[in-house]
Write a protein that binds this ligand. Structure first.
Ligand code: KG4
Ligand code: ZN
Length: 343
């Protein structure tokens, strides 16, 4: 039952290959979160094809909006404001969600809140953990981004480290592809790693300069590719599960060590995990163990909230809305939007 004072957010996410629409009540209560994934359409190409993604978003968007309203048991009359991802992401894909959101805001005379997709990943944790409040250190690891962020308050971030080359999820996807595991690779590697020996192959870990919170995964990726080539040249069988486990171990250890060190250096006793790679069972396990050892509270979202979804976008939109932030109807897509940046 809705009350007069409830703030109802209609949120739209279309930055990559998921068309998603969500309805939220007062920021953290999800009334619906419809996710229409295009993964099947992109699988045969081994990755997301931007043009295909845009077309599929156009085909899906109206239906997903209707479904989100129906499942949330609300109508357009109940909506207080509209939130939408405007970057970072694929420009053609972003434009579909953005145009739909602007059309609704214009037609219903509703306030519009443009949302940064990376911030959305962090806020997935506010939906999962109703009592969670900033400050904390957030490790955001997705297909396009790897960031260590000090979230000081709502909308207030300090980026302490980021990847200098491949994002963590990108490394998972590229290694999976080399192993012939298909797209997206992260979940496949995660599954196979459970059957393999993580100490079988000593893949490198890049720490970079002393005290740096940045990441680099391209060296590790090349080491895996070189190993696979040398095995092929020798005519030896590739121990796929061992490669998956050893590769995952390197990624997980470097992410965990840097995140924990960062929290200790900043004197913060909480780490929050976000982004598609936050679904990785090895990462959750090692982070949990190391955080416990260092008396750091560790939080992560459930699997559906880790990967792209509109509920996390709606949560950011809500906190922006209650702080009086509004976007104009001239809001444009911003494919390379950085965290903390606003247009
Ligand atoms: O956050 P996300 O849905 O999209 C971006 O904003 O990029 O993240 C997708 C990424 C993909 O690279 C996918 O392989 C990875 O998250 N991923 C995983 C797992 N589930 C998804 N990586 C490792 N282990 C998983 N279980
Ligand atoms: Zn994402």
């Amino acid at each position: 039952m809705l009350k007069q004072e409830d703030i109802i957010t209609l949120a739209i996410e279309s930055s990559c290959d998921e068309t998603s629409v969500s309805v939220l009540k007062n920021g953290r209560e999800v009334l619906s979160n419809i996710i229409n994934s295009q993964i099947e359409q992109h699988k045969k190409f081994g990755g997301v094809v931007p043009e295909v993604a845009s077309r599929k978003h156009i085909e899906n968007i109206n239906e997903v909006i209707d479904e989100a309203l129906a499942e949330g048991k609300v109508s357009f009359e109940d909506i207080t404001h509209v939130g939408v991802t405007y970057g970072p992401g694929l420009v053609g894909a972003l434009l579909v969600g953005l145009s739909a959101a602007k059309a609704i805001a214009y037609a219903r005379d509703l306030p519009l809140n443009g949302v940064n997709h990376i911030e959305g990943h962090i806020y997935a944790n506010f939906i999962e953990h109703k009592e969670l409040e900033p400050p904390f250190i957030c490790l955001i690891v997705s297909g396009g981004h790897s960031h260590l962020v000090h979230m000081k308050d709502y909308g207030d971030y300090e980026v302490l480290g980021k990847t200098r080359d491949d994002a963590a999820g990108e490394a998972f996807d590229k290694v999976a592809r080399a192993l012939g595991l298909g797209y997206p690779g992260g979940p496949q590697i995660d599954r196979l790693a459970k059957e393999g020996n993580k100490d079988a192959i000593p893949f490198p870990k890049a720490y970079l300069e002393e005290g740096s919170y940045d990441f680099s995964f391209s060296g590790l990726k090349s080491a895996v590719l070189n190993y696979l080539n040398s095995q092929k040249m020798k005519g030896s069988e590739i121990p796929v599960a061992d490669v998956a486990a050893s590769f995952q171990k390197s990624v997980v250890e470097i992410l965990t060590e840097k995140a924990v060190q960062c929290a200790l250096d900043k004197g913060l006793d909480r780490i929050v995990l976000a982004g598609g790679v936050a679904a990785n069972s090895g990462l959750r396990e090692v982070m949990e163990r190391e955080c416990k050892k260092n008396q750091i509270d560790f939080k992560f979202p459930s699997l559906t909230l880790c990967t792209d979804n509109a509920a996390m976008i709606g949560c950011v939109a809500y906190y922006d809305y209650i702080r009086g932030i509004r976007s104009g109807l001239d809001l444009n897509a911003f494919p390379s939007l950085k965290i903390g940046q606003r247009y």
